[in-house]
Design a protein around this ligand. Structure first.
Ligand SMILES: [Zn+2]
Ligand SMILES: [Zn+2]
Length: 255
């Protein structure tokens, strides 16, 4: 399993930090988790072909997490060159089908992949849920953010990672992450600037400590995170490894 950070930023436009996006590679699947604006461009920079994506997982429907899903759907029918014919899966909280239906109302058939190639799977927005797609076990819990929002745990090749999505402090996230090797956790603002619906470094550190993960990767940074030592703020609480995500950074779970 290998993870590439496509976007470690938020809604604030930034050359350094794209909006949210992760690329996760397992033996059996190429996965995108969230697709904020610019994710497709970052994929080009990372050498990831959009035609090879087997599974898209969406945490919630805020624009900084889903805008490039629209561009992806359009490209899946109308980009130049050979097109993918294999199906691909899209997973999200209950509301995913309504979200896509709304896109179809606006954009029409341009965002309906031809030959029923897109297979959608809704996961419970208010209770624990799980799903298996290809070699990837997907577990979800409601996140403490706008409704519906989910945190996910992915398991493949005997490895497991938990991705918070956007969330405030959440025992659901602690439960979900328990026993995971790595927690990729949102950390929107430094300790001095707590915002409702999001986490500070200390809060992310406390969740990682309670879940007893080995490694915490902080991501989803608004600009004030650049002027404070947020890694030290998390390390005061969590004694495992702490990394600050950077766009195009890769973490290889096999090495
Ligand atoms: Zn966000
Ligand atoms: Zn959000």
């Amino acid at each position: 399993m290998k993870v590439t950070i496509l976007g470690s930023g938020t809604a604030t436009p930034s050359l350094k930090r794209n909006s949210s996006g992760l690329f996760i590679e397992t033996v059996g699947a190429n996965i995108l988790l969230d697709m904020g604006p610019g994710s497709l461009r970052r994929m080009c920079e990372a050498g990831i072909d959009y035609r090879n994506i087997d599974l898209i997982i969406l945490t919630h429907f805020h624009p900084d997490h889903v805008v490039d899903f629209i561009s992806f759907l359009f490209a899946s029918n109308y980009a130049y060159g050979p097109m993918r014919t294999d199906p691909f899966h899209v997973v999200g909280p209950v509301g995913l089908k309504k979200f896509h239906g709304s896109l179809v109302e606006i954009f029409g058939s341009w965002v309906i992949p031809s030959n029923n190639r897109m297979l959608t799977h809704e996961m419970s927005a208010d209770s624990p849920d799980c799903l298996q797609i290809k070699d990837v076990g997907i577990m979800s819990r409601p996140a403490a953010h706008s409704f519906p929002s989910l945190s996910y745990r992915l398991e493949a090749e005997g490895k497991s990672i938990t991705i918070s999505g956007d969330t405030d402090v959440s025992e659901n996230l602690v439960d979900l992450a328990k026993g995971s090797h790595t927690l990729i956790c949102e950390c929107s603002l430094p300790d001095s600037m707590k915002a409702h619906g999001h986490l500070t470094p200390s809060e992310a550190g406390l969740i990682a400590a309670k879940a007893d993960v080995e490694r915490l990767i902080l991501t989803h940074f608004y600009p004030p995170c650049e002027s404070e030592d947020i890694v030290s703020q998390a390390r005061r609480i969590f004694k495992g490894s702490v990394l600050k995500a950077e766009d195009l950074m890769t973490v290889d779970f096999n090495s």
